[in-house]
Design a protein around this ligand. Sequence first.
Ligand code: DQA
Length: 138
Amino acid sequence: KQIIIINGPNLNLLGKREPEIYGHQTFEQYFEVLKDKYSDRVDLVYFQSNHEGFLIDKIHEIGFSYDGIVLNAGAFTHTSIALADAIAGVKTPVVEVHISNVHKREEFRHHSYISKNSIGIIIGFGLRGYDFAIQTFL
Ligand code: DQA
């Protein structure tokens, strides 16, 4: 199976960014763990961008051939109709992930434009949420 993890803005700072909310591990470290764990079954790719358009371009590029998209759109989750349209427009199914429990946080994090076009949502389980999301595609 071909699965991509797409992380949006500020998620390149994982490990350094607000560690009390997002933890101390960098995503690059955790990605190696995931790649090893699923190496016999999954061709796992990672893409991160801070730019809305680059995230959309990537979704278009892989969205008709890959088996799954694990998407943490960061703050674009709460703002981007364009990203929501991109996932509605491709064939590859999306699982939405959030590291933190957004429902325990500010009101503006409670709404997601991504959820409506996702097959499911995993929220609040830290980086393990990405692992759970991969399992839904197997
Ligand atoms: C996040 C939650 C968002 O509200 C925030 O803007 C992020 C990360 C999470 O993974 O918990 O950047 O998507």
